[in-house]
Design a protein around this ligand. Structure first.
Ligand code: SF4
Length: 330
């Protein structure tokens, strides 16, 4: 998967580094002073991730946990995200990472103990607080290599006012399946209609495979969440999402689904430039898009409102309570 593994000298003997290196087959390792001297220093075209991808193992310095933007999670709660990795092995055409970083090379941070210390400090200040993983990466895609969850399970078992969201499109659930399901650890899947996923979620597990992973987690009693985000305009939108919702509810215990977020595709100008360059013939460009209230490129407001209300109506028709549904980043 990776042409080369570049490891910071200061974490070479860290137990998490050793674990990751052990889990990689015949890694070609180079020792470096700091990932910041190399990673993104020279612009590397995004699509080079297909055949020339490097992995950096590093210690995250500076702010480990940040406040999420508004309209990110469930209303009325305090939401933070933590930074455990940069970049992703998948290739969703709309992914904002392609215009956010100067390189598709991955960084995995190994100092999870420091992230946990920071979570402990922050959670003391709130009666209820969320920590989201996966803002800059998929939370589970490489979990068979990183195997970092023990320390998180310990923390969240003892700190019931804090909630953890692990957000994924992966079916790599082996490392969490052998853990105890906790009320405050919520594994969430981004799902789109099969048609949308085939067309736009390149290199990810199919919608069906994700539904099967959800079923396994549901059967073991894990808390779950669903993101219908981003929704991309398609013919038969209602029919496609109706099928997706009934397939989901056939497999998963509805009581274990904590929330559904619904969001329509959106880009910053930079990201959209990259999307046009990287996927010039994609149906994602069918739009039409306009610049919206926050300078982001989106469908027009009436189109967005129509799409959001159709999906919301379908959820309600299928027995989902209104209070479990929120609109993401609108
Ligand atoms: S799974 Fe998420 S982070 Fe990975 S490529 Fe897709 S949108 Fe980007």
């Amino acid at each position: 998967m990776f042409q080369k593994i570049l490891v910071e000298k200061n974490i070479l003997h860290h137990p998490n580094t050793k674990k990751i290196l052990n889990n990689l087959k015949d890694p070609h390792i180079e020792i470096i002073e700091s990932y910041e001297d190399y990673w993104g220093k020279v612009k590397k075209p995004y699509l080079q991730k297909r055949d020339n991808l490097f992995l950096f193992l590093a210690k995250k310095k500076g702010q480990l946990i940040k406040k999420t933007p508004d309209a990110y999670g469930t209303d009325g709660d305090n939401h933070f995200y933590f930074i455990h990795a940069y970049n992703c092995i998948y290739e969703c055409e709309y992914c904002y990472l392609q215009g956010y970083f100067h390189t598709p090379d991955l960084v995995l941070f190994v100092n999870h103990d420091e992230i946990i210390n920071e979570m402990a400090r922050i959670s003391k200040n709130y009666p209820s607080v969320w920590f989201h993983a996966g803002e800059f990466s998929d939370s589970l895609a490489l979990s068979h290599i990183t195997d970092e969850f023990d320390i998180y399970w310990d923390f969240f078992k003892k700190n019931k006012n804090a909630k953890l969201e692990l957000r994924t499109k992966s079916v790599n659930i082996k490392n969490i399946m052998n853990k105890e399901p906790l009320e405050n650890i919520i594994t969430t899947f981004s799902l789109s209609s099969s048609q949308s996923s085939k067309e736009h979620d390149l290199k990810t597990p199919s919608t069906n495979a994700r539904l099967k992973a959800l079923k396994k987690l549901s059967d073991k009693g894990f808390q779950l969440g669903i993101h219908f985000d981003p929704i991309i305009y398609q013919e038969n939108l209602e029919k496609n999402y109706d099928k997706l919702i009934s397939d989901l509810l056939e497999k998963v215990n509805i009581d274990l689904i904590n929330y559904f977020s619904i969001g329509v595709v959106r880009f910053t100008e930079n990201v959209y430039k990259e999307v046009k360059k990287n996927y010039p013939s994609s149906k994602i460009h069918l739009g039409p898009y306009t610049k919206s209230f926050d300078e982001k490129i989106r469908y027009s407001r009436p189109t967005r409102e129509w799409m959001l209300s159709k999906i919301k109506d379908l959820l309600i028709k299928n027995g989902i309570e209104n209070k479990k549904i929120y609109l993401c980043m609108e």
